[in-house]
Design a protein around this ligand. Structure first.
Ligand SMILES: NC(=O)c1ccc[n+]([C@@H]2O[C@H](COP(=O)([O-])OP(=O)(O)OC[C@H]3O[C@@H](n4cnc5c(N)ncnc54)[C@H](OP(=O)(O)O)[C@@H]3O)[C@@H](O)[C@H]2O)c1
Length: 326
């Protein structure tokens, strides 16, 4: 198969095209002919060596890529419920290997898209994140119909899944924040935000508006500001740290004084312990994607462009999702 391999941890140029043996599915696994592989910030962190030595994460040489769309190529022993040729998308798990023409993943993380009118590029760009958004909004916190939601880094890969899923779950109003340089893209987005504001202008840009739920994949200064933007008894849902500010702290006294709940959600830790959460969330995510609630910008590149895709994610010059095609 054709694949992109990281020969060592380091700069984007450690990624190179390689011709590797086709992987075969083991028991409980599904092999997929990949048509589209998502490129995510987590792939960049892994390649940089940020999680070097952490259990379950790959060591070089490895093929990056956690999420793919394609068709079922072969089934391992004991796999039922999938047919050869069926259109599928995968949810990230322990396996890497997405930047390749053939991918093998655990059956519990393979989701059929048959019966849904979803382009495979859109499927890989949004369905895994929409599954995570659904699980986070229904299990890490329990969002209620009529609640208002603020999403930081509103156009980011994970963040972009939240407005549609929140609406599907009955949110009455969804507002986003982006940095100044993204305001142009924010004006053009088809994502179902009522409004997107410049995070540099917080809190003034929002006047007196307060939110029942704030979704924060960004961290740093917007996380600090979030406590002031929450309604009494509001919930701050922490799902990432795209700002790279790992030393950030929040004020515990504000939390108890205003009855705030701070919840964290990490799909990588949650889903293996709660696999039963995946199927209902997947059904909701597929419906949201098919209904156009997750129409994020997608740019399709070839596998050979993996290094430049990583560079653009690192420089924050990608507009929407980058998807590789073999
Ligand atoms: N909880 C989970 O299960 C889970 C799953 C997937 C990803 N994540 C985490 O979620 C975070 C976002 O991942 P992603 O794949 O959505 O990344 P992404 O597509 O690059 O999005 C990150 C967003 O963060 C915003 N941002 C604001 N300040 C930033 C700064 N100083 N530097 C970089 N970005 C900044 C950017 O938005 P603007 O420029 O528009 O403001 C950007 O759109 C990461 O920390 C990732 O590890 C968590």
């Amino acid at each position: 198969m054709q694949a992109v391999q990281a020969g060592r941890f380091g700069e984007p140029d450690v990624l190179a095209l390689a011709d590797l043996p086709d992987p075969a599915p083991g028991p409980g696994q599904v092999a997929i002919n990949v048509t589209h592989a998502a490129v995510g910030l987590i792939d960049v962190y892994i390649r940089q060596g940020l999680f070097q030595g952490r259990e379950g994460l790959p060591q070089p040489p490895y093929v990056p890529g956690l999420e793919v769309a394609g068709t079922v190529r072969a089934l391992g022993d004991g796999v039922t419920g999938f047919a050869i040729g069926e259109k599928v998308v995968t949810l990230s798990g322990d396996a890497t290997g997405g930047y390749a023409s053939v991918y093998v993943g655990d059956q519990s993380r393979v989701v059929s898209t048959e019966g849904y009118d979803i382009d495979p590029a859109l499927a890989v760009a949004v369905v895994p994140n929409a599954i995570m958004a659904h699980v986070a909004l229904t299990r890490a916190i329990q969002i209620s119909a009529g609640e208002s939601v603020l999403v930081h880094g509103a156009l980011g890969a994970l963040a972009a899944a939240f407005p549609g899923v929140a609406r599907q779950l009955g949110a009455s109003r969804v507002v986003g924040t982006v940095r100044t340089e993204r305001m142009g893209a924010a004006a053009a987005t088809k994502l179902p935000y009522d409004r997107i504001v410049d995070s540099a202008e917080l809190p003034d840009a929002l006047g007196d508006e307060k939110f029942d739920v704030i979704v924060d994949p960004v961290g740093g200064s917007v996380r600090t500001q979030s406590l002031d933007l929450l309604a009494l008894s509001g919930r701050l849902l922490l799902v990432g740290n795209a700002s790279g500010d790992w030393n950030h702290r929040i004020d515990g006294n504000q939390i108890w004084q205003r009855n705030i709940v701070v919840a964290g959600f990490n799909a990588g830790a949650y889903l293996p312990a709660h696999p039963e959460a995946i199927r209902p969330a997947a059904e909701a995510a597929l419906k949201a994607a098919a209904a156009g609630l997750a129409d994020t910008e997608i740019e399709i590149l070839s596998l050979a462009d993996a290094a430049s895709a990583h560079e653009r994610l690192e420089n924050h010059t990608a507009n929407g999702r980058l998807v590789l095609t073999p």
